[in-house]
Design a protein around this ligand. Structure first.
Ligand code: SAM
Length: 215
């Protein structure tokens, strides 16, 4: 998926991945994931996810999102004051306990994210085609030092039933991408109605799978 694809989604309000509530698996597993870590939480490809509102209650959040429209909507819909400033390749939206960098995730460098020791990925990895997925994980692994804890919500459905996005990313693919990292497959949540946020996927079985991955 190229940048144009995502800008079109936002411009035409085709954001079927967006959830109006906190993700139940995040609220359920948050304390277990975070443990005693107090560093900031990085949310790649964050959209205007409400999950950032949940995380912001206890941790500072840094999000990165291609679409300025998504960033504007996040602050507007949550009625949060925000300062906006252009910094290098990004537009920085600074609110209380949350900062969103509008721009390309692949243009980030390690300095931009150095205060973060946790990463929350919901609908980022699974939104990317296999070639960009590979690049995405390489970029994550180059931005963050080892020991950084990623919570990944992946998606599984029978092979080739739909084209995606969202794409199926199974355990074998997670293991391949995060080769050498400590990977824990924490929980499998079967979605009997095949509903993924606002969309019903035409698949015969669907499950969200949570991983804790130590880079
Ligand atoms: C499927 S959505 C998921 C959004 C969010 N994680 C959520 O759970 O609602 C994927 C998001 O990634 C953003 N995106 C895609 N490529 C990106 C890139 N290279 N840099 C930053 N954001 C990107 C899109 O604009 C879109 O908002």
């Amino acid at each position: 998926m190229k940048a144009d694809f995502w800008h079109n989604c936002w411009d035409n309000n085709q954001t079927g991945w967006h959830q109006d509530e906190f993700h139940p698996l995040l609220t359920q597993l948050f304390a277990q994931w975070v443990g005693t870590k107090t560093g900031d939480v990085f949310v790649p490809l964050c959209g205007k996810s409400h999950d950032m509102e949940f995380i912001r209650q206890s941790h500072q959040v840094l999000g990165c999102e291609l679409s300025t429209k998504a960033c504007e909507e996040f602050f507007c819909e949550n009625k949060l004051a925000v300062d906006k400033v252009k910094v290098g390749h990004f537009t920085r939206y600074q609110g209380q306990s949350i900062e969103l960098l509008a721009g390309d995730f692949f243009a980030l460098d390690a300095q931009d994210v150095q205060r973060c020791s946790l990463i929350y990925d919901r609908a980022a990895l699974i939104a990317l085609t296999p070639d960009i997925r590979e690049k995405y994980v390489k970029q994550l692994r180059s931005l963050f030092p080892s020991g950084t804890k990623l919570m990944l919500l992946s998606l599984e459905y029978p092979k080739d039933e739909i084209k995606g996005p969202p794409f199926r990313v199974d355990m074998a693919e997670v293991s391949r991408l995060f080769d050498g990292c400590n990977i824990e497959r924490v929980l499998v949540s079967e979605l009997s109605d095949s509903k993924f946020a606002q969309r019903t996927l035409k698949v015969s079985a669907l499950a969200e799978v949570v991983y804790f991955i130590e880079l």
